[in-house]
Design a protein around this ligand. Structure first.
Ligand SMILES: *Cc1c(COP(=O)(O)O)cnc(C)c1O
Length: 412
């Protein structure tokens, strides 16, 4: 056979194994399955999270603060572990706030972003003393009003919708309409109005994208974000204490994806620091990351229930599917469906190889975990593993769809 080789999953080349069985979190898969007690399950490896944060710290300037965006993986054990590693937590709901407040992270290092915060959420945020990212002028009025009622001066930052977007190509694009944050051009007026309200101004939160594997694009966006913040800071009523420049650091999910090189991003931030310091001497610079910190530290495991051949195509039918892992099925923000790294965890190489589709038990063609992928020939009882499942897994899935039981979740 000739022809060019197909792009592969970079993550598959870094696996550890013993007797052809996957090792994850220092344990063979069979042992992890015993701990979980049932299939399907998610398993997260805290050592991988620790290593990832350490790698980041080696590359970023010492003064840059790292925040964990909890919505990537809000499991209480994961959040507790992350809290011991990072400098702050970013929450996006009252439910996440409750979990965040049970960690060692100081309330002043917890921020709450998201449009449509309820009065109850704003009230608990003010009482807790966390920083509320204001997403509209109306929300600012509400926060000030509730602060008066509670006789507490709320800590606030402005969520800014920049006039640019993080592009994979490094291309600039006019900032479009979004429900998130306040359009940058309206921020000076909002800062003016803020002066008349009893609010403690902390700074800006500027988020321009997610899941980017190009360091060039991320560096460009960071430069633009800092420029924008410096411009906006001129209208600030008091010194900027915190400048959250977002994150956008991606992880390799699909064939051909290469891991993000964070070296140049660290260098870029080193170069930007003097500028930030000159313009905003009291500001700490924050990067806010979700999937980059936890995404590679999790696997989803399900068991083969049936093996069918339909008109020449092999289907492995498993007890897990899109109701637990929507992203792996390709229905969580993917434009064109691509396969996550999926393998047979108890037969990495196997005796024979075959091209199979791995599906779940749901009565919908969307319930597809792997579409005609090459893996070891599997049989009933074997364990199928989906890698890169530590972020936007269980809590980003429609668990109520078809009324199957939830998976187990364990932290190793
Ligand atoms: C979701 C979110 C993040 C995290 O995005 P990742 O792609 O998981 O890093 C960061 N900041 C804000 C404001 C978010 O809403």
């Amino acid at each position: 056979m000739t022809g060019k080789s197909l792009p592969t999953h970079s993550r598959l080349s870094t696996l550890e194994s013993i007797d052809d069985q996957l090792i994850f979190g220092n344990r063979p898969l069979s042992e992890i399955a015993d701990i979980a007690g049932k299939t399907p399950f998610y398993a997260y490896d805290r050592r991988l999270m620790t290593a990832r944060v350490a790698e980041l710290r080696r590359n970023l300037p010492d003064s840059v603060r790292i925040h964990y965006a909890m919505k990537a993986n809000p499991m209480a054990g994961v959040v507790q572990h992350m809290a011991s590693l990072i400098d702050g937590l970013d929450v996006a709901s009252g439910g996440e706030l409750e979990v965040a407040l049970k960690t060692s992270v100081k309330p002043g290092q917890v921020s709450f972003a998201g449009p449509g915060k309820t009065l109850a959420e704003i009230t608990s945020s003010i009482k807790a003393g966390i920083v509320i990212n204001m997403e509209s002028e109306r929300e600012m009025e509400r926060i000030a009003h509730l602060g008066e009622t509670l006789e507490i001066r709320p800590n606030v930052a402005i969520g800014v919708n920049p006039g640019f977007e993080l592009k994979t190509s490094g291309m600039k694009m006019g900032g479009g309409p979004t429900p998130f944050g306040v359009d940058a051009e309206r921020v000076p007026k909002m800062l003016q109005d803020l002066r008349g309200l009893n609010l403690r101004f902390h700074g800006f939160h500027i988020f321009s994208g997610s899941q980017n594997l190009s360091y060039d694009a991320i560096c460009e966006s960071q430069r633009q974000t800092v420029e924008l913040a410096i411009e906006l800071s001129k209208s600030a009523p008091s010194p900027v204490l915190q400048l959250n420049i977002g994150g956008g650091f991606g992880i390799p999910y699909f064939p051909g994806d290469e891991p993000l090189d964070i070296g140049p991003i660290g260098e870029n931030l080193h170069n930007l620091m003097p500028k930030v310091h000159d313009a905003m001497s009291k500001a700490e610079l924050v990067v806010e990351l979700g999937r980059f910190l936890v995404g590679e530290a999790g696997i989803y495991v399900c068991r083969v229930i049936d093996r069918k051949v339909s008109r020449g195509q092999v289907f492995l039918i498993t007890d897990g599917g899109l109701h637990h892992h929507l992203a792996a099925s390709g229905n969580f923000g993917q434009v064109i469906r691509k396969n996550y790294p999926v393998l047979v965890g108890n037969r990495l190489k196997g005796d024979k190889r075959e091209r199979v589709s791995v599906v779940g038990p749901l009565c919908t063609p969307l319930d597809l975990l792997a579409d005609r992928m090459e893996m070891a020939r599997a049989d009933v009882g074997d364990l199928v593993v989906v890698l890169q499942s530590g972020a936007y897994g269980l809590t980003a899935s429609p668990t109520a769809f078809l009324s199957h039981p939830p998976p187990a979740e364990i932290l190793l």
